[in-house]
Write a protein that binds this ligand. Structure first.
Ligand code: HEC
Length: 138
């Protein structure tokens, strides 16, 4: 086989792996692809789901019990209500404490999209919990 043919084949194989992975990665999202929140859902799954739980994207990063809790287990967004401003604050400052969550995992339009998505879907299992208003730097 010629060198060019080998390169073409390996590039094609690499592409099909990438496509397969992304299809697999978005399988847990139950937000419609046509929804304005869909891009934010994909960003959340890619960048936040390792540490946070949120049912609408199938994320299970939070601790399930006190016994198996890890230091980087983060708030469960099925129960926690969030506002767009609070999410942007958390993204820019590394959570509210600035200790565990990395700062600026996403920035600019991606941060806006994931904040709007999360503010819309967070707290779906906590109908009576008020949003915590972040008014000043702690
Ligand atoms: C490495 C793990 C990790 C990743 C990745 C991560 N977080 Fe966090 N996050 C945490 C931890 C731990 C906390 C709780 C401690 C704190 O607030 O500092 C937290 C807190 C938060 C809070 C505050 C929640 C509350 O009500 O107290 C928000 C909002 C948040 N994260 C959003 C996000 C978003 C959006 C992403 C993805 C862009 C993300 N996080 C990615 C670990 C993570």
């Amino acid at each position: 086989m010629g060198r060019v043919a080998k390169i073409v084949i390996s590039v094609a194989a690499g592409l099909s792996v990438a496509v397969g992975l992304s299809a697999c990665g978005s399988a847990g999202i139950s937000v419609a692809k046509t929804s304005p929140y869909y891009p934010g859902a994909v960003i959340f799954l890619d960048h936040c789901s390792g540490c946070h739980t949120l049912g609408v994207v199938g994320a299970e990063g939070s601790a399930t019990s006190v016994e198996n809790r890890l230091r980087n287990n983060a708030p469960n967004f099925n129960y926690r209500v969030e506002t767009v401003d609070n999410v942007l604050y958390a993204i820019e400052n590394g959570g509210f404490s600035g200790q565990i969550m990395p700062e600026n995992i996403v920035v600019g339009p991606q941060a806006q999209a994931v904040a709007k998505f999360l503010a819309h879907y967070a707290g779906s299992e906590a109908p009576h919990a008020p949003a915590f208003a972040q008014t000043s730097t702690p």
